[in-house]
Design a protein around this ligand. Structure first.
Ligand SMILES: [Zn+2]
Length: 72
């Protein structure tokens, strides 16, 4: 059984550590298992697109292709 997460995704900036909530309903491409996205805020990335790291509720990195944790 896959736990269906409710509530917003937490966005964390890898540069300054600033956190904000992100409404998961905005983006259907993000798998439901994703709880946290580590990226960079506009102040830290200088306007370039920052790479995102998707993490699930226990901190495993989620593969963008499969929507499942990477096998380690
Ligand atoms: Zn930042």
């Amino acid at each position: 059984m896959v736990a269906m997460l409710k509530g917003p995704i937490k966005l964390i900036c890898s540069g300054c550590g600033k956190e904000q909530d992100y409404d998961r309903d905005i983006d259907d491409d993000i798998p439901n298992c994703v709880k946290t996205i580590v990226s960079q805020c506009p102040e830290c990335n200088g306007g370039d697109f920052g790479s995102e790291i998707w993490l699930d509720v226990v901190g495993r990195e989620i593969d963008w292709e499969t929507g499942k944790p990477f096998q380690t």
